[in-house]
Ligand binder design. Structure first.
Ligand SMILES: Nc1ncnc2c1ncn2[C@@H]1O[C@H](COP(=O)(O)OP(=O)(O)OP(=O)(O)O)[C@@H](O)[C@H]1O
Ligand SMILES: [Mg+2]
Length: 249
């Protein structure tokens, strides 16, 4: 099993949207996929049709949980209130438990685990980063989000010191309004400043994305013609991730 974390300390930049689409895409490719909601429930709402009766906080507990065998292609560990207690955990203990408990899902034949994280970089996100194979970081072309890029790069570099396996799959420019000169200027600036760190996918500002997620499906399932471009971009993101991580059926 390979594990991917979606992280950015800024809120509303597209973490959950990307996590959902990467999960849907991997499952469409026939990979046994587990998505994990370490935040407060947006991903759980989108993935409600795929819920296992195990919550995300279970990954942090001392006593390894009983994981029943499951054979569906796409499954969710849903958000729960007990995640709030994780902030009081000792980091080393959180990491040790997370590794052991996540391995129970690897033993169920899961090929890819996609972990969505909250906007604040706390124990939950750091633990996930220390145990993961890869991380991807969505960014918006707004000033506040661009300012946060350096912070995020620092967090990932810190996690890499503890987890040399961790591969950075890049910054994904998200919600780019190509008719907005400010967005285009910011995109050029970010690409120039961080050329080696940019994922080769730019996701445009597309209202169809939110509509599809509210309906519990990926945007490429939407029948609207306006969803076509969004679907192609999200598929490209999924392909990038699977390709670089080397997970394929
Ligand atoms: N490409 C896009 N075009 C238009 N809207 C988008 C796009 N990507 C995401 N959105 C919308 O932007 C909002 C924020 O996205 P999302 O919830 O994925 O961000 P987040 O980083 O997970 O936020 P949080 O930090 O609050 O969890 C959502 O309403 C989502 O539907
Ligand atoms: Mg989110």
């Amino acid at each position: 099993m390979k594990t991917l974390v979606i992280a950015n300390g800024k809120g509303g930049v597209g973490k959950t949207t990307d996590a959902a689409h990467i999960g849907f895409h991997a499952a469409d490719r026939g990979l046994k996929t587990l998505v994990v909601d370490l935040d407060t429930g947006n991903l759980s709402k989108t993935m409600r049709h795929h819920r296992l009766e195990i919550s995300a906080s279970t990954l942090f507990v001392d006593e390894p949980p009983h994981v029943p065998s499951f054979d569906q292609t796409l499954s969710l560990l849903h958000a729960d209130r007990l995640m709030a207690n994780v902030i009081y955990m000792d980091l080393e203990r959180a990491c040790a438990n997370f590794r052991v408990n996540l391995d129970l899902f690897a033993r169920q034949g899961v090929d890819l685990c996609v972990i969505d994280t909250p906007a604040n970089i706390g124990i939950a996100t750091i633990t996930a980063l220390r145990c993961a194979d890869a991380v991807i970081s969505p960014v918006e072309m707004e000033d506040y989000s661009i300012e946060g890029i350096k912070d995020m790069i620092r967090v990932i570099a810190g996690a890499k010191q503890q987890n040399s396996r961790l591969q950075f799959l890049g910054l994904v420019a998200n919600r780019v309004d190509r008719r907005n000169p400010r967005h285009l200027r910011h995109l050029q600036e970010v690409q120039a400043a961080h050329s080696k760190l940019m994922a080769p996918v730019v996701v445009g500002l597309r209202t169809s994305v939110a509509e599809a997620l509210a309906a519990g499906e990926p945007v490429w399932k939407s029948r609207k013609t306006t969803a076509r471009a969004a679907g192609a971009e999200m598929r490209a993101l999924g392909e990038h991730v699977l390709g670089v991580m080397g997970v394929a059926k």
